[in-house]
Design a protein. Structure first.
Length: 131
């Protein structure tokens, strides 16, 4: 059994296979996922699992060089925006219109669906390198 924080096998496999500049999306329960992108559905019920807890587990294994969010997150869900910015720390964050964000999910290695019901609780993580 794994000793690290992230235990989900499909999610661990995607992260292990990612290269520099590949992207992984962590999304709320309502984010549309293109049919050709791998879906890792963790949603159990409203709020479970929460977006921030899934993000925390992913960040324990994925080297991230940039994050992309929807511009609307800051005004529509300011508390989550603040918590996200605190957790990302020094990772550069780029904000794009929500429609652009949804288009960019089509280029992701996978989209992780959480049970989060907070509007615009989505992030695209751009993989970095550890060397």
């Amino acid at each position: 059994m794994k000793k690290t924080k992230l235990l989900n096998q499909p999610l661990s496999a995607v992260i292990a296979g990612m290269g520099h500049k590949d992207t992984l999306v962590i999304g709320d329960a309502g984010l549309p996922i293109p049919p050709y992108v791998e879906r890792i559905d963790l949603a159990v019920s409203a709020g479970l699992p929460p977006f921030m807890e899934v993000l925390e587990a992913v960040l324990s294994e994925l080297q991230v060089e940039e994050a992309i969010i929807a511009e609307e997150l800051q005004t529509r869900s300011p508390d989550l925006y603040r918590r996200l910015m605190e957790r990302l720390g020094d990772i550069p964050v780029r904000a794009v219109p929500h429609e652009t964000f949804k288009e960019e999910t089509g280029n992701a290695r996978a989209v992780v669906r959480t049970g989060e019901f907070t509007p615009y609780a989505n992030v695209i993580l751009v993989a970095g390198v550890v060397f």
